[in-house]
Design a protein around this ligand. Structure first.
Ligand SMILES: Cc1ncc(COP(=O)(O)O)c(C=O)c1O
Length: 381
């Protein structure tokens, strides 16, 4: 008899952001002008240098001497070389074989589980990007939570792990949704814990370009020996405005080795094998565009835009509201405590109905996120 993946019944049937989009559509159909501080999507067009590079790449595709077919499995050398140089500036040496170009980090953050047995326990921060939880559930992995809360400033440490010791851990810094980022000492604590306990960290670095404070590592590989235990997932979505174009990359170090029956298994090779079977690469156009962004890395207009918005919101919160908030410095997100202990969905509705402001109710980010809403500073008014 035909059977489906029953794990689908274990995840929220309506993905949070789709639900929010529906509410926005309903309000807009009544001609109500809303300020959208909910979804972390871009609100400005793509930079002109990138558009020019794209036009040139489009012309190449129509030229008998320059058109491109399938991309090399792990991405074009020109882009991987630029990424290698970017890390070299931080004194981190990468081999090109350690860099995998992706269609944005979401797919890899989910697909990475496939090279690990579903007998592994996966640690997830109790307030986190919903993709980690849903992917684990769909794959039938056991989950253990890492408590993220006011008491630990939404920056949980290994002592905050609840239940059995995990084999794999998702960490996200700067964090979506709390906007908080680990400093060097805190991140070192995680790396040391992972090395000591043979744990692999999936390090979601989608918001690394928002980091401003000196003591916040830009990449996990700035922590000693992190290349032995961490896979880093990066994206051009938020810093270059590529949410529509699609491009990102994953750093999978060669040093991540698992000893099984006295044999050393190089996990990078497993990932490469997985990708060559299930992924056919990212379009040449997106890779050219990403490369152009890296060449003009000083043009962080999306980040400047978010930072200016953050400043306005923080000023308003400081002067007018009594509620506490976190984030907004090294991140496009502000994590706001609800008023009078309101449930997050009720406060979300209160903000729409009274201020025409759309936020994201905390409850969509996990069980400990009740009592908070996320403000996204990508908005444009
Ligand atoms: C924490 C985090 N990681 C990863 C992603 C995925 O981004 P993309 O697939 O666009 O690279 C997002 C997107 O919102 C995110 O918030």
């Amino acid at each position: 008899m035909l059977k489906i993946n029953n794990n689908f019944f274990d995840i929220n049937q309506k993905y949070l952001f789709s639900e929010i989009r529906q509410i926005i559509r309903q309000k807009k159909s009544k001609n109500i002008k809303l300020i959208d501080m909910s979804i972390g999507d871009i609100s400005l067009p793509i930079d002109q240098n990138i558009i020019k590079a794209l036009h040139k790449a489009v012309d190449e595709m129509g030229d008998i001497n320059n058109f491109k077919g399938y991309s090399p499995d792990q991405g074009y050398i020109f882009l991987r070389e630029s990424i290698k140089q970017k890390y070299l500036k931080l004194k981190i040496k990468l081999n090109l074989s350690e860099i995998f170009i992706s269609d944005g980090s979401k797919s890899d953050l989910s697909n990475i589980l496939e090279i690990f047995s579903d007998q592994n326990i996966v640690g997830i921060q109790s307030i986190s990007y919903p993709v980690y939880y849903d992917s684990c559930k769909l794959g039938g992995y056991q989950i253990c939570f890492i408590r993220s809360c006011k008491e630990n400033n939404f920056l949980p440490s290994p002592e905050d792990i609840i239940g059995p010791k995990p084999d794999l851990i998702y960490l996200c810094s700067p964090n979506n949704p709390t906007g908080m980022a680990y400093n060097t000492e805190q991140l070192k604590n995680w790396v040391d814990f992972a090395l000591k306990n043979n744990i692999i960290i999936f390090y979601d670095s989608a918001y690394q370009d928002f980091i401003k404070q000196k003591d916040i590592p830009y990449t996990i590989y700035q922590i000693k020996d992190a290349k032995n235990c961490a896979i880093e997932f990066c994206s051009f979505s938020k810093s270059a405005g590529f949410t529509g174009l699609r491009c990102g990359y994953t750093i999978f170090p060669d040093e991540i080795i698992l000893k099984i029956n006295n044999k050393n298994i190089n996990l990078n090779k497993l990932w490469a094998r997985r990708q060559s079977t299930k992924f056919n690469g990212v379009s040449y156009l997106s890779q050219v565009a990403a490369n152009e962004f890296l060449k003009n890395n000083n043009n962080l207009k999306y980040i400047k835009h978010c930072d200016a918005n953050s400043k306005k919101i923080i000023k308003y919160l400081d002067n007018n509201l009594k509620q506490k908030y976190w984030g907004g410095v090294n991140s496009p997100y502000i994590w706001l405590e609800t008023k009078n202990n309101l449930k997050s969905k009720d406060y979300f509705k209160y903000l729409i109905n009274n201020y025409n402001i759309i936020t994201t109710p905390g409850i969509g980010f996990g069980k400990d996120a009740e009592g908070f809403v996320r403000i996204s500073n990508f908005f444009n008014i």
